[in-house]
Design a protein around this ligand. Structure first.
Ligand SMILES: Cc1cc2nc3c(=O)[nH]c(=O)nc-3n(C[C@H](O)[C@H](O)[C@H](O)COP(=O)(O)O)c2cc1C
Length: 222
């Protein structure tokens, strides 16, 4: 079976330098007016006096090594984090859904990365001013964050905020995305959590243990 890191190194040869999502100049997001700030779904508890928001992107349907799934791998971790910390949640949703089949989805994503695109995302963006920490979740796509995350960064200013990244992948690890986030947002980036998507999807007890250990280390358990 093809491994992601082998695929990725081939693909990276084909990418132009300017295609790197990690900090390249933003393209316009389509010129639509900024919608009014949304108040994310509220929870009652707060982690040790801190207000936390979980922002995540995740794709269900067919994925690598897991077949067709109802809930994306990263979303599973996002829900664990929200439950453990009492954080509010906000999902980054693309206006145009990705193909349900895995290979066509990878092709769309590769083109978006090559083009340094900023795919439209739906809904009102959250007002992050009242949050002490933003947990930011995403799958690794072509060694980077999915491009809708960069659309989110263009719309929601995270400079000076503390961002704690968590990602799922199938072999590439964090792929330097903590650095890409720092560069794209100007946020203070905390130690990230990376986990195989198959672990999140199929070994939930193990996944939860890792999530709780990470939250404990960062001091964000409620
Ligand atoms: C478009 C696309 C690109 C991907 N690129 C990579 C990659 O570069 N490295 C890797 O290890 N896994 C890669 N994967 C696998 C995903 O990172 C992994 O399945 C992840 O857990 C999916 O999370 P989600 O269900 O929350 O979207 C890719 C998957 C897709 C659909």
């Amino acid at each position: 079976m093809k491994k992601w890191f082998a695929l990725l190194s081939l693909a990276l040869c084909a990418l132009t330098l300017s295609a790197c999502g990690g900090g390249a100049g933003a393209k316009g997001s389509g010129g639509s007016p900024a919608p009014k700030a949304e108040t994310p779904a509220k929870k009652e508890a707060a982690p040790a006096g801190k207000r936390a928001l979980v922002v995540y992107f995740s794709r269900a349907d067919e994925n690598y090594n897991v077949g067709y799934i109802e809930k994306g791998n990263t979303k599973i971790l996002a829900e664990m984090i929200a439950e453990a910390t009492g954080a509010d949640t906000f999902e980054i949703k693309p206006a145009k859904p990705y193909p349900k089949e895995y290979t066509p989805a990878t092709e769309v994503a590769k083109k978006e990365k090559n083009d340094n695109a900023r795919p439209e995302i739906v809904g009102a963006m959250p007002d992050v001013s009242g949050y002490d920490v933003i947990f930011l979740g995403y799958p690794i796509w072509w060694g980077d964050l999915p491009m809708p995350c960069y659309t989110f960064f263009d719309k929601v200013k995270l400079a000076g905020k503390t961002v704690a990244p968590f990602c799922t992948h199938e072999g590439s690890g964090l792929s330097g995305t903590d650095g890409y986030i720092a560069k794209a947002t100007g946020a203070k980036v905390a130690e990230a959590l990376e986990m195989k998507g198959t672990t999140a999807q199929k070994s939930r007890d193990e996944a939860k243990k890792e999530v709780l250990a990470w939250l404990q280390k960062l001091g964000y358990l409620k």
